[in-house]
Design a protein around this ligand. Structure first.
Ligand SMILES: [Ca+2]
Ligand SMILES: [Ca+2]
Ligand SMILES: [Ca+2]
Ligand SMILES: [Ca+2]
Length: 235
């Protein structure tokens, strides 16, 4: 059902001051103030083990960007397609869904909402109005570090308006973020460990019905972020 409101709780997103440094390490004080949230909904593929995939994430904000920290256990990192615009969803990637004005609804071939696929090499792909994949590297800046089988992804996401035109990128500026603003958001991970196609797709949001791979079409399945204002000073 397109545009259905998610049942999940609203995610309170703390303000980061200063902004995290995008270095693939969640060491900044801003991250310590944010709650871990699970990335545990199996949207595609068979049941797996925690060693095959498990994930959790945090979100913080500044007036310029939304920041995402994701801790992903993945036993095999797979980047089969060197061309970032070839079957990007079948390589391991972190997928950041964002609906800047939380209008919800359909966004498959428009920019009502975004489904940024962040590849292992940092390239960012989403579909354009022409139904083709486009690089949006300037929208999501990220770094990833790996220790054993656990990768830490740190990303800064600019929020672009639904009027964005990929053929005139200079005509759009990122939207400012304001305290109290509702934002549609979901996170996902495409897991491939050596198959022709991705083996699993895990998301942050429960999706009703048999077809759970709806995020790239329907912003109605996204969760809700609320940007929390800075705490009043105690001094
Ligand atoms: Ca950092
Ligand atoms: Ca895996
Ligand atoms: Ca929208
Ligand atoms: Ca993998």
């Amino acid at each position: 059902m397109a545009g259905a409101a998610p049942a999940g709780p609203e995610c309170q997103v703390p303000l980061a001051s200063p902004a995290p440094v995008i270095d693939g390490r969640g060491t900044e004080a801003a991250w310590a103030r944010a709650e871990w949230r699970p990335l545990d909904q199996r949207w595609l593929g068979p049941a797996t083990t925690a060693a095959d995939f498990s994930g959790r994430y945090k979100v913080v904000w500044t007036p310029e960007r939304l920041y995402v920290l994701a801790e992903i256990t993945d036993d095999v990192e797979q980047d089969t397609h060197a061309d970032p615009l070839e079957r990007w969803w079948d390589d391991d990637c972190l997928e950041i869904f964002v609906d800047p004005d939380r209008s919800r609804g359909e966004h498959q071939y428009n920019h009502n909402a975004w489904a940024y696929h962040v590849a292992l090499d940092g390239h960012v792909v989403d579909l354009g109005r022409d139904r083709q994949g486009h690089l949006f590297d300037e929208h999501v800046r990220s770094r990833r570090t790996r220790r054993g089988q656990v990768s830490t992804w740190e990303a800064a996401v600019a929020l672009y308006p639904d009027t964005y035109d990929e053929h005139k990128p200079a005509a759009s500026r990122p939207l400012p973020l304001r305290a109290g603003q509702p934002i549609g958001f979901a996170l996902a991970y495409c897991d491939n460990d050596g198959s022709a196609e991705r083996e699993n797709f895990f998301g942050s949001e429960p999706v009703a019905g048999a077809d759970k791979n709806r995020g790239w079409i329907d912003a109605g399945i996204f969760g809700r972020l609320r940007l929390v204002p800075p705490a009043p000073s105690t001094r």
